[in-house]
Design a protein around this ligand. Structure first.
Ligand code: PLP
Length: 440
């Protein structure tokens, strides 16, 4: 094992990735197009994948626990999806006409999720969330959107507000400040974003009521990845449902990530019926996708009066994505989700056992096919608790690096995302490697 690799050693061992990174920096700021996938000194460059394994350009194979940040629920190049896509690209890529493939996927999703009576497709989760926010505004005629402090919802002004606020700028917990993620964000956008603390029923209820008739909707991811898959309490969800109804605002579930938690998404498992749901990731079968769905009367904003909300997009519902998505979703029956959950339970239990046996302060979180390790055992209930938990980030970086060098690829924040080609042996291999790195 090569745990003590320094930057230059790593470059010697991975010369092709290092070369590509040098080349990339000449033509792209930061050397890439996606901030989330970077870790120092640079990530390995991927070459090909099959099932739950990926191989980089230097010929190193790893078990992939990133799965493109959860979109690849069937791993890499699943034969049924490859075949469906291959057939489709021989007929049509994208076209300035509707196709039957869009109706097929819409029927599948509306048939599975009780709250999604009607749906429209886009090309990313960011767009799915953006159109859900716009639909809530168009339906209610109100400007304000509430979102959870620290929760990630893609790259759109209201949804990225207070994604990375800090003790220096986040204000009191009784009224979290709306903090811009990016320089130059208009103050008007911040003024129309109500930031509420995760799981804090009392404060959030008060802030929603203060927004009152200005409030168009509340945006919530029931298992936020940036909060290390910290669950949302039933009391908090019940309060959001109750207050949105009372105020005439809409409850918007962002299930771009959490839709992989079950056959009817997280909302089915939680027994909550949102008014709108943003989707992405797994519903595209690995191809770029986003969607917004929900109550038929709300979704009429896309057609009514002119319409109230104009929704175009050159690649919306392109048939390649639609057939890939339908094939992927058909492979996900209830048994597939139950199996993923059993694998997730095995991984989470094994991680917790390793931390306990080695006397390492840490917390394992997650549900279904999602797991995360954080090297702090302080109880955490919201974003601020995570930021101030004093987690051992050096140990986290060492585990990430050690796993990378011993054939396991997880995110640099130690999220582990499962795929259906994995089995017990794969989970046990990951646990053995985690144990070995932590022993060193
Ligand atoms: C909860 C959530 N919402 C929205 C998004 C944005 O999706 P995309 O990256 O497809 O734009 C993500 C992406 O990870 C997400 O996790």
């Amino acid at each position: 094992m090569t745990l003590s690799l320094q930057k230059n050693d790593t470059e010697l061992l991975r010369p092709r990735s290092a070369d590509l990174y040098r080349r990339a920096q000449q033509v792209m700021p930061g050397g890439n197009s996606r901030v989330t996938i970077f870790f120092p000194p640079h990530p390995p460059y991927a070459d090909h994948g099959s099932g739950c394994r990926i191989t980089d350009v230097d010929g190193v194979e790893r078990i992939d626990f990133v799965n493109n940040y959860s979109s690849l629920i069937h791993g890499h190049c699943p034969p049924a999806i490859v075949e469906a896509v291959r057939r489709q690209v021989g007929d049509l890529f994208a076209v300035g006409l509707p196709t039957e493939s869009e109706i097929d996927l819409a029927e599948l999703i509306t048939g599975r999720v009780a709250s999604i009576e009607h749906i429209r497709f886009a090309n990313s989760g960011t767009e799915g969330v953006m159109f859900a926010v716009k639909a809530a505004r168009a339906f209610t005629g109100r400007p304000k959107i509430a979102k959870i402090e620290g929760a990630f919802h893609g790259s759109y002004d209201p949804s990225e507000t207070s994604l990375a606020s800090t003790p220096e700028n986040w204000g009191g917990i009784d009224r979290p400040a709306a903090v811009a993620l990016c320089h130059g964000t208009p103050a008007s956008s911040l003024a129309d974003t109500v930031v509420i603390p995760h799981n804090n029923v009392e404060v959030s209820r008060r802030l929603l009521r203060e927004a009152g008739e200005q409030l168009a909707g509340v945006l919530i991811d029931p298992l936020p990845s940036r909060l290390h898959f910290m669950g949302t309490s039933p009391e908090f969800l019940a309060m959001l449902r109750e207050e949105t109804e009372r105020l005439g605002a809409l409850l918007i579930f962002d299930e771009v990530y959490s839709f992989r938690l079950g056959f009817g998404g997280a909302q089915e498992a939680l027994g909550i019926r949102p008014d709108l749901t943003a989707l992405g990731k797994i519903i595209g079968g690995g191809m770029p996708v986003g969607a917004v769905g929900g109550r038929a009367d709300v979704m009429r904003v896309f057609v009514e009066g002119g319409p109230k909300l104009v929704h175009g997009g050159t690649y919306n519902a392109n048939p390649v994505t639609m057939v890939a998505g339908r094939t992927a979703m058909e492979m996900l029956d209830r048994e597939a989700f139950a199996r993923l959950e059993r694998l997730g339970d095995r991984l989470r239990a094994g991680m917790a056992e390793i931390l306990a046996r080695r006397g390492i302060a840490g917390t394992v979180r997650g549900q279904g096919s999602l797991a995360s390790i954080r090297f702090s055992d302080k109880p955490a209930n919201d974003y601020r608790d995570i930021v101030t938990d004093g987690a051992d980030m050096e140990l986290a970086a060492r585990l990430h690096r050690g796993l990378l060098d011993s054939g396991i690829f997880c995110t640099s924040t130690l999220l582990f995302i499962l795929s259906t080609p994995m089995d017990e042996a794969v989970i046990d291999t990951a646990l053995e490697r985690i144990d070995a790195v932590l022993a060193a």
